[in-house]
Design a protein around this ligand. Sequence first.
Ligand code: HDE
Length: 750
Amino acid sequence: RKPVQAVKDVVEAAAEKVGDVLNPEVPGVPGSAPPTVDEPTTPHEPLPPKKEQGAPETRTPTGAATGVPATAKGQQGAFLTTAQGARLRDTDHSLKAGPRGPVLLQDHHLREKITHFDHERIPERVVHARGAGAHGVFVGYGTAERVTRAGFLAKGRETPVFVRFSTVLGSRGSADTVRDTRGFATKFYTDEGTFDLVANNIPVFFIQDAIKFPDIIHAGKPHPDREIPQAQSAHDTFWDFVSLHTEAQHHTMWNMSDRGIPRSYRMMEGFGVHTFRLVNAAGETALVKFHWKPKLGVHSLTWEETQMLGGMDPDFHRRDLYDAIEAGAFPEWELGLQVLPDTPEETFAGIDLLDPTKIVPEELAPVQPVGRLTLNRTPTNFFAEVEQVAFHPGHLPPGIDVTNDPLLQGRLFSYVDTQLTRLGGPNFAQIPVNRPHAPVNDMLRDGFHQHAVHAGVAPYRPNSLDGGNPFPAGDADGAFVDVPVTVAEAPKVRANPVSFDDHFSQARLFWLSMSPVEKEHIIRAYTFELGKCYHQAIRERQLRCLANIDPVLCAEVATGLGLPAPEPTVPLADVAPSPALSQVGREWPADGRMVGIVVDPAAGLDGVGQVRRAVFAAGMVPLLIAPHGGTVDGLLVQRTFATARSVEFDVLLLAGAPAPAPDALPARDAKAGAAAPVTVDPRVSLLVEECWRHAKAIGAWANGVGVLEQAGVAGTPGVVSGGSGLDVLTAVQRLMAAHRVWERFPASVA
Ligand code: HDE
């Protein structure tokens, strides 16, 4: 039995008993309530670490041998000390010449405390500043042995990992649900050295050569004069650049699609973007594209949900990730490989594999699963782990090598370079979260923030004084393999291969692969974003790009902008759609989804306890919504009508029809002076209206059915009522497999 599964079982068992894993403070249930916090008058032991948060690589070592008590965590202990360990008598008053006198320069504690505080911030990442991370484990399937010697892919091999998800454009405090590309960077602590798969949730990039990176980022970041807008692409400089720099059109199309607004980090694909080269034990090579496939499927928010969340819960994705992990609904992905023959041309089915603006459709080269990633532990300290983690596409284990993709080549320089500023020197690999789990025996010495105490006198090779150590490894010792590819004899130029000039065919392929509702969303996104530009010339130029992608898309966006649709300037590409690119039309497990359950204490909670247990058993998370906090019929209330908002739930169940509370906002009907009496609390009606508008499944039983009537949604697609609570849940679960009730969205294009 895998430890991950065991943990999940324990959490689920506790959930059964406790009734709610997200709010474990149920009085009287052993282990559910957090330890009581003593009054802060006498020294006492610190609170124990949270369950399942033992991270050997990030903690102060503990145990008898070290003399550090098991409860020690970072700098904690019973008594406050200075940074040098001297116990302090007072940390609330500066040392002064009398109670009304000036502060004395000799107050070393004041100066230490303030000085350290003054330097608490480090520069945020120049891109991908906003992110969230978690620990987990990767288990290989053994299916990749034929193509790579990388040991962590061996059957059953478990490798600890740390993953950081991010948005690209916003600063550290920006909202999670903005329209943007998402980062999906994974650090595999393999026993052959760290492997960083620094991926995105979009398989192509804006540019083909790293030298353009400052250009696209300067264009996407806030305008230099007013520093707005934050974390947005809906502005002039972004569209100015992408309309002039047409190789960006494919990536931009993905951003304008539902992929740009994921429902959750747990429901995103990941892509290595570049083609990498694999080498097996026999020295044979293959080209490869890396894919992460989420167990829960690929799902998105609606545009209106993202807007609402920006205000109501800017931390939505971060919270979603941590809540899911702490609830035991561990997010999972399969790592998959598209294996492509390593030919001298480095092309596949006419697609240039060195061009990072191109995908290889899965229908042409299937994604073959080689292992499973499970995230099962939240960080202990956000700064220490998530902020200080340092990824680098050049951190590769033996068996994986780079190609000449000019975007990848530039990245190989950039990632170390940026850490020198961000983490303050060359020793960032010694920061706990960055420490390899493979033994390190380098000859790198000194520098800022050197934590190692290197023994020996000869950090150079060859030497005789340290016994000749360290020795270079050979093939038999698992040395890294630089695949000896032939470098073509060619003139030194600043130029791209001609194949890189095709900027529109795959944007068209993506567009043609979308379902009508997804096409509608793309049209609306372009119309919104271009509508936010101030300069007409930029809108017109982008319409000319769209004309080269698809005339229907172009015409629809032009209509929305009130502009004429231009004619294409290049022939439309003759491409076959790739159904794998669509998010609509498949079925997925509903695990880890949030199920809001509205109850009416006045009418009793008949059947609600049973439904909650069934929701847990199905791996989902129930949240009870009641007029007030506390408990209702012994069940814990997680959300009140004041704190619940539809955007938090994937599905809404109505077990009652609570009457309007005296403090409720006036209902629409009341404002309009309509004759129909308002019998349901308007905040509940609003929940229903919003869930309906966002095409979420809605179910009601008992009195709850009355709410559907009041909201005018009874009998419409995706709204289930009648029978017992369990019958309704079963019907709703069936609907959830498609993620949304797609037919509720209007679609003007075929
Ligand atoms: Fe990055 N990128 N990038 N990038 N990137 C960074 O490194 C860069 C690119 C990606 O959670 C920076 O440590 C260049 C593609 C992720 O810590 C920086 C180019 C892909 C993250 C950098 C690219 C990515 C970064 C900023 C063009 C998808 C967040 C802070 C050649 C395959 C990692 C840092 C984390 C972060 C440079 C393009 C993914 C400046 C020069 C393509 C997920 O080094």
